[in-house]
Design a protein around this ligand. Structure first.
Ligand SMILES: C[S@@+](CC[C@H](N)C(=O)[O-])C[C@H]1O[C@@H](n2cnc3c(N)ncnc32)[C@H](O)[C@@H]1O
Length: 248
């Protein structure tokens, strides 16, 4: 089933509450990756984007996009939800950038339009990888980079749905993760590590790195404070793929 409509409705419904709860963390300083707010300066995943054409795939309220626009990138923020885009428009600073409503599954851009496509829990978490990755690869110029952060299969497999927290017990089948039922009929997606590699390589991308962000002991998951504090220090809660489209 197509998840575009339910996911759009879901994000429209939760946008205000989500931004109230999470913007103070993810908008606090520029370039923070993921639920543990690890600076890109520590992970070196995105690097310098000055002067580059950058697409954020599922930009939400634009915490990343507005930071990169202020650094001198030519940014486009794409999102499925008009409520999230309204939050991005509201929060836009002096460095203006265009916002586009669309789905990661069908990007409304010509081939080879961007130097960098990236997201942090965006379109590559909320659209099927086998659809979104080839679209991202299509709109990248040769030599361009796709960089994205998402929850890891480890995290999903150890997540106790009933308790609403990560645990040290396997709760879901690794090979059965695939589509993950979220609240209110929304759906997010996960692949096995092997399938991620096959989808990325199948779209013609070269994998440069798989960064496993590791917060310091005791760092709280800003999205779920009931998670055991050392969980992500002991196991990789997220996966940050760094890839590029080859030049020939
Ligand atoms: C968790 S937010 C990511 C934005 C920001 N990095 C953050 O952490 O808040 C997920 C965003 O993905 C958007 N989204 C959901 N499905 C999408 C799709 N198929 N294509 C593009 N964006 C999508 C949602 O509307 C939402 O704004």
């Amino acid at each position: 089933m197509d998840s575009i409509s339910p996911n759009r409705r879901f994000w429209n419904r939760i946008s205000s509450a989500y931004q109230r709860e999470h913007d103070p963390q993810i908008g606090a300083t520029p370039r923070l990756w993921g639920t543990y707010a690890i600076p890109d300066a520590h992970l070196n995943a995105l690097g310098d984007v000055t002067g580059k054409r950058v697409l954020e795939l599922g930009c939400g309220a634009g915490q990343w996009s507005r930071a990169l626009a202020a650094e001198g990138a030519t940014v486009v923020g794409l999102d499925l939800s008009e409520a999230q885009l309204a939050a991005a428009a509201h929060a836009m600073g002096a460095a203006r950038y265009p916002l586009v409503q669309g789905a990661a599954e069908h990007l409304p851009f010509a081939a080879e339009s961007f130097d960098v496509v990236f997201c942090d829990y965006g379109g590559l978490s909320w659209a099927p990888g086998h659809l979104a990755v080839p679209q991202a690869a299509r709109v990248l110029r040769r030599g361009g980079r796709l960089v994205f952060n998402a929850a890891s299969p480890w995290f999903e497999a150890c997540y106790d749905e009933a308790g609403g927290r990560a645990t040290t017990t396997l709760h879901q089948d690794y090979f059965g993760l695939d589509t993950i039922a979220e609240d209110q009929g929304a759906v997010s997606y996960q692949l096995t590590y092997g399938d991620w590699i096959r989808v990325l390589r199948g779209a013609g991308l070269v994998i440069d790195d798989l960064i496993e962000p590791r917060p310091e002991p005791g760092t709280v998951n800003g999205y779920n404070q009931t998670d055991p504090p050392d969980w992500a220090h002991r196991w990789p809660a997220e996966m940050l793929w760094v890839t590029h489209k080859p030049t020939d």
